[in-house]
Design a protein around this ligand. Sequence first.
Ligand SMILES: Cc1cc2nc3c(=O)[nH]c(=O)nc-3n(C[C@H](O)[C@H](O)[C@H](O)COP(=O)(O)O)c2cc1C
Length: 224
Amino acid sequence: MSDTYSLVEATVKVIQDRRSIREYTSEPISEEDLKLIFDAARLAPSGENAQPWRFVIVKDEGMRKKIGALGGGGSGRRFTAEFVTKKMQERFATLQDEEKKKAAFEKLTSGQVSAFAATAPVNVVVCGKKDVWDLNYDTSAAIENMLLMATALGLGACWVIAPCIDIRDELRVKELLGVPEEFKIISIISIGHPTRPHRPRPRLPIHEIVFRENWGEFYYEEQA
Ligand SMILES: Cc1cc2nc3c(=O)[nH]c(=O)nc-3n(C[C@H](O)[C@H](O)[C@H](O)COP(=O)(O)O)c2cc1C
């Protein structure tokens, strides 16, 4: 009984402690830790047990910089699109300070926010076999396992799609790494030792997201 309880506690803790970490020290990641992360990835569930994931570990600084630059470009274009379609202004509607708002818009549209992956000692490039139907679900399950294992090991990681959201960038990453035609680039996972603790980002409360039998009637009461 107590064993089960401690397993639940440990699981809750690792899920609660995980954050997207975007600042890293220069300390390398040990080979033991890396192996635990990939063992966690390969144990993820996948549709028909297809296991369509493959991973390229990129430690080379020059290559990380190239991938980071693609991330900066992709993210800048995406946020610029959000800005011109006014979605970004909606997102920041509650922020009253105009100076802060302007600075946030500039930072986002410049793309700097997603170039950080280059500063992580390890970039894991997650590739997926294109002809597998459940590819996106499968690789997402593997990635979450990796993030949780990184957290359990005291490492910091971030799931980054900016370098591959644009098909042209995705092809560039493929070419840089020699990824075969039948695979596509799904995401980059930057991993390193965090420079500092981070506060959790807000989440919707449980009472707003779970319904009873049919859509609309909330299952949980709002907590006072
Ligand atoms: C599919 C997916 C793509 C993401 N892409 C990026 C990205 O390109 N750049 C980035 O900085 N963060 C990226 N993130 C991280 C999210 O911004 C982050 O998970 C979210 O803000 C919640 O914060 P938390 O992970 O610290 O709880 C991505 C997360 C997911 C699940």
